[in-house]
Design a protein around this ligand. Structure first.
Ligand code: HEM
Length: 459
């Protein structure tokens, strides 16, 4: 008779607290290498904590396990609880930290503005902001790619959230938010998120002190905007803040100022750095691989002038480049942690309550059985076959799947199209660019610089 008893996850033997801390640091500084080393040693599903340690921390990356995780019921797995690391940044009332019915309500509220017609109405904003950036370029200009992409994506999300306004407050918000996130832009900076004992205010020059002061600046600006809107309500506004302010809970109550601030900062934070890093990688691959560039330019050249944004969004090779960009170096290397609430079996492994599950996007995307030559950038693979949501998951999955996925892909395609239709650009250095940690994400390093070498004439 076949043995049907649950399997035990492989993982490190008994280790000392010091060894575990060392692994933690290694993961912080070299996240992708650490994931690869572990998966080589223990397989595609493994535990990180020693055998008897509670709560156990476990990684899964095989499609069967990811399906079980993403289709589990909310009573079995919860996600909000596992996101405490983000509390200092996002507060506790934003969608990321909410659970259960409150989380579902917030998702229903926030999904429509990032989809369908509402999303498409941002095309002009995206194109105008990209034009403003390009207007500063001449032949010979060199630029650091990720920060420029970040400036574009931050302006886009600010306009989506607050409407088509500009002015002092938006400029200040843009500056303070940028600086606040840049503080976590290196592995050393990220340590302050991962190790709460470092979160000490030693004055304005200390890293955490600086973060707290910038966060205060951002809060003041957001509260000032909320107060202005309350004083002068405008029924005609369709931006996301207006939508949030009009929303009522089951008891008919509106969101409080603190709830509004947490939701706004969540959207601004989740909605721009990720897209910027993805855009920077895509530009890198197009410049780095002549074959990819030639095929993309042929696709672009075949279009009429004044092509519609939706036509751009449907271009097959441009779409495949964006998909492959997010496969090879997913910006979020894992989904949010899921915490086991009721005993559950995942791919034959029995997990007890309290266990923390990390669905590994990076490892799932590097499976040779799903992606032949997984370390190669090859957009064609997305033209040759479709991948299931448990094989390809740059935006996570289940009831926590990214609400901005369609918006991010739309923005990526429009910006790439516009930059590449107007300029020829090359990499400033032929050296390959390595991914580095930026806070909770992984991004191309700021060594990624490009040079404008010519203006393009569309044929
Ligand atoms: C390339 C860009 C982006 C990537 C790679 C990305 C990736 C992700 C991932 C992996 C998750 C976690 C899903 C899970 O745990 O299963 C997530 C959640 C989320 N993302 Fe994105 N994201 C991107 C852009 C955006 C944009 C443009 C927005 C717009 C505001 C956004 C808003 C959110 C929000 C609010 C959540 C939390 C959803 C929830 O808790 O229910 N993201 N994203």
């Amino acid at each position: 008779m076949a043995d049907t008893s649950p399997r035990l996850l492989n993982g490190p033997p008994q280790t000392s607290p010091w060894q575990r801390r060392l692994w933690g640091l290694r993961f912080l500084f070299h996240p992708l290498e650490t994931l690869e080393t572990r998966t080589q040693a223990y397989g595609d599903n493994y535990r990180v904590t020693p055998p008897d340690s509670k709560p156990a921390l476990v990684y899964f990356s095989c499609p069967e396990a990811l399906e079980a995780i993403f289709t589990a019921k909310p009573e079995q797995l919860s996600a909000g609880r596992g996101n405490q690391i983000l509390k200092a940044l996002l507060g506790e009332h934003g969608i990321v930290l909410l659970e259960g019915a409150a989380h579902q309500r917030q998702r229903q509220l926030l999904m429509p503005p990032f989809h369908g017609d509402r999303m498409r109405s941002y095309a002009q904003v995206i194109q105008e902001i990209t034009n403003q950036t390009m207007s500063q370029w001449t032949i010979g200009t060199t630029f650091s790619v990720r920060p420029i992409m970040q400036s574009i994506s931050l302006q886009v999300i600010l306009q989506a959230v607050f409407g088509l306004e500009s002015g002092q407050r938006y400029k200040q918000l843009q500056e303070a938010l940028g600086k606040m996130l840049d503080g976590f832009g290196s592995p050393v900076g990220a340590m302050f998120l991962f190790y709460p004992f470092l979160q000490k205010d030693w004055g304005a020059w200390s890293p955490w002190g600086r973060f707290l002061r910038l966060r205060q600046q951002v809060n003041d600006l957001l509260y000032a905007e909320i107060a202005d809107r309350r004083r002068q309500p405008d029924e005609g506004r369709t931006d996301i803040l207006a939508l949030l302010m009009a929303a009522r809970d089951l008891e008919g109550q509106p969101l409080s100022d603190v709830e509004l601030r947490d939701e706004l900062i969540t959207l601004l934070f989740a909605g721009h750095e990720t897209t910027a890093s993805a855009l920077a990688w895509a530009l890198y691959w197009v410049a780095y691989l002549p074959g990819v560039r030639t095929r993309l330019l042929a696709e672009i050249n075949a279009l009429d002038d004044n092509v519609e944004p939706m036509t751009i969004a449907r271009l097959p090779y441009l779409s495949a480049i964006c998909q492959e960009t997010l496969r090879l170096y997913p910006i979020a290397i894992s989904s949010f942690p899921r915490v086991v609430k009721q005993p559950i079996e995942v791919a034959g492994y029995a997990l007890e309550p309290g266990t923390v599950i990390i669905p590994s996007i990076y490892l799932a995307h590097r499976r040779a059985d799903v992606y032949p030559e997984p370390n190669q950038f090859r957009p064609e693979r997305f033209l040759e076959r479709q991948f299931s949501p448990y094989e390809y998951l740059p935006f996570g999955g289940g009831d926590r799947r990214c609400i901005g996925s369609a918006f991010a892909l739309f923005e990526m395609k429009l910006v790439l199209f516009q930059l590449l239709s107007n300029f020829e650009m090359t990499l400033s250095s032929a050296k390959p660019i390595r991914p580095i940690r930026r806070g909770l994400t992984v991004a191309p390093s700021d060594r990624l610089r490009m040079k404008i070498t010519g203006k393009r004439q569309l044929e």
